[in-house]
Design a protein around this ligand. Structure first.
Ligand code: NAG
Ligand code: NAG
Ligand code: NAG
Length: 328
């Protein structure tokens, strides 16, 4: 008797709980009814954008990464600063960010077809997928239904792994986001696309330990490569761009791992991948170029996982921004 009464009491509660859980998750085909062509619209715009400016693929992929690492994938990276608040995009790491105009352009097209329906965070996840695919990389299904956050704070970009991070720092910063060692070495493979400003790595070329002589360089960086990079970058140069995967920085492939293996990764965080048996083995396997399909699958798995980090879902969280740079 008592157990039946208890069941009657708890079953509805359990159902409510389960349905909340289900609601708090992203879905494939989330916009099937409300904006059935959203993925086509994004891909069409991205095709146009990259046809004119193929070098934007790297920055647009990077933008999704920056978004997810700070406050979860909620579009906070896209918000402008306001009076009294400095937004993420105006924090020091923003120098690596480009392509905000392209995101607004895609968003405007989607708004025209389906007003007030598709979040900027979802559009950014689709843009990142298409940036990779249009650069001859893999494609992957994008789970949708993210809501846009209403806050963005420059100070929170501390959660982003900096280019100077050591391996233990990288591991810890990924772990906070639920990402493991494999995700770290796999997502680093995204450095196959794009460029970097000199000042993200120039400390490795000059005055590495403060001795201030010609030989004071990062021993983890290949000597000949140092000479080459020095010809491009002075210690204080913050404008020159250097390819992260020279020769194929507009193509998504495994050659980045070959550079890292040859101790020619640009950042400390690239070199750090050789400091751990697991990540080193991964770098060496993919440096061979023989397992591109495997890397593509790994990359798809890891970026789907990253796209789930701390998302806002359901009608009671966040909003659907009309424009990505400003809250409604
Ligand atoms: C961040 O970007 C803005 C323009 O979007 C620029 O005015 C500002 O100087 C940048 N800040 C840094 C530290 O690079
Ligand atoms: C080299 O590093 C030392 C110690 O950090 C610093 O005092 C010195 O000014 C640096 N030299 C240059 C040329 O930046
Ligand atoms: C680049 O460096 C110059 C000189 O060191 C500095 O005045 C300028 O603000 C820097 N620009 C950025 C975007 O950080």
């Amino acid at each position: 008797m008592a157990s039946k009464a208890l069941l009657a009491l708890f079953l509805p509660l359990a159902l409510v709980f389960l349905s909340c859980l289900a609601e708090a998750q992203l879905k494939l085909g989330f916009y099937e009814e409300t904006c059935p062509h959203v993925e086509d619209i994004v891909r069409e715009e991205m095709t146009e954008i990259l046809k004119v400016a193929p070098s934007l693929a790297g920055p647009l992929l990077r933008m999704h990464f920056h978004d997810c690492f700070v406050r979860g994938c909620d579009g906070s990276v896209l918000l402008d600063s306001t009076k009294g608040n400095v937004a993420e995009k105006d924090a020091p790491p923003n120098k690596s960010l480009r392509g905000f105009g392209s995101i607004e352009r895609v968003k405007a097209k989607v708004e025209k077809a389906c007003p007030n329906t598709v979040s900027c965070a979802d559009i950014l996840a689709l843009i990142a997928r298409d940036a990779v695919w249009l650069s001859k990389g893999p494609s992957w299904p994008v789970w949708l239904g993210r809501r846009d956050g209403r806050e963005s704070h420059a100070a929170e970009t501390k959660q982003l792994p900096p280019p100077k991070a050591s391996l233990p720092q990288l591991i810890a910063m990924f772990a906070v986001k639920g990402l493991d060692l494999k995700d770290l070495v796999v997502l680093s493979g995204g450095h196959t696309l794009g460029t970097s400003h000199c000042n993200s790595f120039s400390d490795r070329l000059y005055n590495f330990t403060g001795k201030d002589n010609l030989y004071d360089v990062d021993p983890a960086l290949d000597k000949q490569y140092i000479t080459k990079l020095r010809n491009r970058c002075s210690l204080t140069d913050n404008t020159t761009l250097v390819e992260m995967d020279p020769g194929s920085y507009k193509t998504f492939d495994t050659s980045y791992y070959n550079y890292v293996k040859k101790r020619r990764g640009l950042f400390h965080s690239d070199a750090a991948l050789l400091a751990n048996d697991f990540t080193k083995a991964y770098v060496e396997r993919h440096a061979s170029g023989l397992y591109a399909a495997e890397f593509f699958q790994d990359y798809s798995d890891s970026i789907i996982k990253m796209g789930n980090v701390e998302v806002l879902t359901g009608y009671d969280q966040g909003e659907i921004r009309k424009k990505c740079y400003i809250v409604n």
